[in-house]
Write a protein that binds this ligand. Structure first.
Ligand code: P6P
Length: 335
């Protein structure tokens, strides 16, 4: 059997990938690993621990929060705050960012943005959910209070991004700009082991992931693309297969392994679509490009968009380069 190295060993062996970090990034990724283990354990016993169901509150998105949303948010905040690597954190679940300004954080170089539990509407029906994270170097001077500008950075400034997928197995997938690697959690040992080295989108894909219930609201170009993928053409394997779980992390992970496109287009009821640029689109776009794919808002590269506010939404098309470019062509010609 190949030697499966642990996530910790992998981080140390690849420390050279970020020459300026004196181990902080490694420690930061280790914090995320620890928080992921805790959330994974809570999710796996949610039905028994009476932490399913709604918490009776709404988040800043106006979405009803599940008890596990709140648990996951608290676990990641406390775990990350307890280490001195970050000076601030922004969460999809919180209206404003958190400044960590105790002594231990004053020289911290990084900020973290997180969607602690994405797809949480699926929790109570036992469908896969995930955590998505982004790491940026702060723009403001160390020793000063973290500012909004530290969080409103374009996605191409990310120094690391990744997700945890809590599915049939729990896998941590991340990139620091040197490819994408996946680590599967072995609960018997309590460690993540390298299981998906150098993940890449296959050259061709035949899966499309979109909520077709919104079809009537889509722009003409998206409607034409969806009709196109459903036509018969033996040359390119159409009609393609429709797979949509309601969890971005699950749909993205499957499409990266098997080849596909995920679309959350703009619509008449949601002019900028639903997905959040900072917490979902930027990290997934970084992973996509590192895995040889493409991520756009239908017209512009996601990673070049300049965020104006913490919770702004953008239309999102990501996956196989060829499939995304086909959808973009329909948008360019039909709007
Ligand atoms: P809809 C979850 O809330 C999420 O942000 C993504 O994980 C998922 O792909 C999408 O929204 C589902 O949205 O409108 O199809 O239910």
């Amino acid at each position: 059997m190949d030697r499966h190295i642990t996530l910790g060993e992998f981080i140390i062996e690849n420390q050279k990938d970020f020459p300026y970090a004196k181990g902080e990034l490694s420690a930061l990724l280790s914090s995320i690993r620890l928080a992921g283990k805790v959330v994974n354990q809570q999710i796996n016993k949610a039905g028994l621990a009476e932490i399913l169901g709604k918490a009776g509150k709404e988040n800043v998105q106006g979405e009803t929060q599940a008890k596990l949303d709140i648990m996951a948010n608290e676990v990641f905040i406390s775990t990350l705050k307890n280490r001195g690597e970050i000076c601030g954190l922004a969460s999809e679940e919180l209206e404003d960012f958190l400044a960590f300004d105790e002594d231990m954080h004053k020289d911290a170089k990084y900020v973290v943005l997180i969607d602690p539990l994405d797809g949480s509407s699926n929790i109570d029906v036992d469908i896969t959910v995930g955590t998505i994270f982004s790491i940026y170097r702060r723009k403001s001077e160390p020793g000063t209070k973290v500012t909004m500008e530290d969080f409103l950075q374009p996605g191409d400034k990310q120094i690391a991004a990744g997700y945890l997928i809590y599915g049939t197995s729990t896998i941590l997938v991340y990139t620091t700009g040197n490819g994408v690697n996946g680590f599967t959690f072995d609960p018997g040992i309590g460690s993540f082991f390298l299981s998906h080295p150098q993940m890449k989108f296959p050259e061709k894909g035949n899966i499309y992931s979109v909520n077709e219930g919104n079809y009537v609201h889509f722009p003409a170009g998206v409607k034409k693309y969806i009709k196109w993928v459903q036509q018969i053409d033996e040359n390119d394997g159409r009609p393609f297969t429709s797979r949509y779980t309601g969890s971005l992390v699950a749909d993205f992970h499957r499409n990266m392994l098997l080849g596909g496109i995920y679309l959350y287009p703009q619509g008449t009821t949601s002019p900028n679509g639903k997905l959040r640029l900072l917490y979902e689109c930027n990290p997934m776009a970084f992973l996509t490009e590192q895995a040889g794919g493409k991520a756009s808002d239908g017209f512009r590269r996601i990673l070049e968009l300049q965020p104006e506010e913490l919770h702004e939404r953008v239309p999102f098309f990501c996956g196989n380069k060829e499939m995304v470019e086909k959808a973009e062509d329909f948008l360019k010609t039909s709007g």
